[in-house]
Write a protein that binds this ligand. Structure first.
Ligand SMILES: [Zn+2]
Length: 438
């Protein structure tokens, strides 16, 4: 009996040890001789060996031919001629109310190298999904999550306080402010949110105005277009029959004040551009993206001409001109924000507008940020280290440095030379695991 127990114990030990060794092996990865875009400064580190262990970057060394015995300890990937950058963050996405689609979004985000972000207009199901991902029960991008939009034009201070309590109890990370919220509700949320460990993000409520938001505790202004709809610019969209352009005279002062009050801005230029393109010719625009109108996401978000709000809201030629003028104005505004040193966060609003494909749209946003005047390096930062700072995950994420999370994008071409090269994806690594391999 005793002999058999010892044998059994030895067998179990051996079995566990084998599993342990397998794990050790599978948790090690070397990407050899790769060009690293670290993003802690504007530089390219040519021919590096990147050592990854247990999901973290363990070491970065100039490439050297190492003994086979050392390389055999881990999975070896030849990175010659490739470019390695941190994986991406989308600071404005929507998961909607249909939980059956959550994993479809997740896999699109991973496919395009987005591994973190901020999801707006959350639901209890989305919180559950967020927590399952955090616990490792479900494989998907790690999103922080705002509550449902707060948009009550008659909200009192007492109601605002109750709302904050309920958002905290539910486990949300952010309060999402919307355009019609009352002054009283907004200022109560601004004063009290931090006591409930909630951060504030969203639109500029028209009753509060830009100046009110700048003086408040709201940390993130979503959409550059918000600055158009409020004083001093006061330029509205819709079927308005006025041919003028918004006045650029306000841009420098707006940029300086946003910088002075340290607000982050996620311009979501691709969302506005998608509205403009859909207003011009929805069907032609949607055909340019790799997601057909019969796809469950396109159906859920009403992308078709018949269901979308856009053809109805922008039916006159003048309303389309105003969209065009408004879009050009936002490019100038973003350029001024960048020169002033405003923290710019790449965000998309996907998939709320026709043609706004989850994942792909973040790459398009980087291209538009570049068009607005950001250098390629600055556009890459807007989708990596800038939002990592904003989401307070920068000690673990957002650059390629020893000790940081090994969530990486390996590209066939250099995005510092051409920003659209972020779409030349060879592989995506999530915490040291390769998930895409063309
Ligand atoms: Zn949104």
């Amino acid at each position: 009996m005793r002999y058999r127990s010892i044998l059994l114990l030895a067998f179990l030990f051996q079995h566990c040890f084998n599993l342990y060794c397998q794990n050790q092996r599978s948790n090690r990865l070397i990407i050899a001789n790769v060009n690293v875009i670290p993003l802690y400064k504007d530089t390219l580190l040519r021919g590096m060996d990147v050592f990854i262990e247990n999901g973290k970057i363990q070491d970065l060394k100039q490439h050297a031919e190492r003994g086979k015995s050392k390389l055999r300890k881990g999975l070896f990937i030849d990175g010659k001629g490739k470019y390695l950058m941190p994986a991406l963050i989308d600071c404005h996405v929507h998961y909607g109310s249909n939980a059956a689609l959550f994993q479809t979004y997740d896999s699109l985000y991973f496919q395009y190298g987005i591994v973190k972000g901020l999801a707006l207009n959350g639901t209890p199901q989305l919180l559950q999904h967020r927590d399952s991902i955090r616990k490792g029960l479900v494989y998907g991008p790690e999103f922080q999550c705002s509550g449902p939009k707060v948009n009550d034009p008659s909200m009192t201070a007492l109601q605002a306080k109750k709302l904050l309590q309920s958002l905290r109890d539910a486990g949300y990370d952010f309060v999402k402010i919307y355009s019609d919220l009352s002054k009283e509700g907004f200022y109560e949320i601004s004063r009290e949110a931090f006591k409930y460990r909630l951060r504030i993000a969203g639109h500029i409520p028209q009753r509060v105005t830009t100046s009110g938001v700048l003086h408040s505790n709201q940390e993130l202004i979503a959409h550059a277009e918000e600055f158009l709809y409020n004083p001093p610019v006061n330029y509205l969209m819709g079927n308005i029959e006025i041919p003028e352009k918004p006045n650029p005279i306000y841009i420098p002062a707006l940029a300086d004040s946003v910088r002075f009050y340290q607000k982050a801005v996620s311009p979501t230029l691709i969302a506005f551009k998608s509205i403009l393109q859909s207003a011009i010719n929805l069907e032609a625009y949607v055909k340019t993206v790799p997601l057909v109108l019969s796809h469950p996401i396109a159906i859920a978000w009403q992308w078709s001409k018949e269901t979308s709000f856009i053809p109805k809201k922008f039916s006159s030629p003048l309303s389309i001109s105003r969209l065009q003028f408004g879009y050009e104005y936002q490019l100038k505004l973003v350029s001024a924000f960048n020169r002033a040193g405003v923290l710019l966060l790449a965000g998309t609003d996907a998939p709320t507008i026709p043609g706004l494909v989850p994942g792909l749209s973040l790459h398009q946003e980087m291209q538009l940020l570049h068009e607005a005047g950001l250098s390629n390096y600055e556009a890459l930062k807007a989708a990596t280290i800038n939002p990592a700072h904003f989401l307070k995950i920068h000690s673990d994420f957002g650059t390629i440095e020893v000790g940081k999370e090994a969530s990486l994008l390996m590209l066939n071409k250099n995005p510092l030379e051409n920003i659209s090269n972020t779409l030349e994806i060879e592989s995506v690594f999530v915490k040291g695991k390769r998930i895409k391999n063309k």
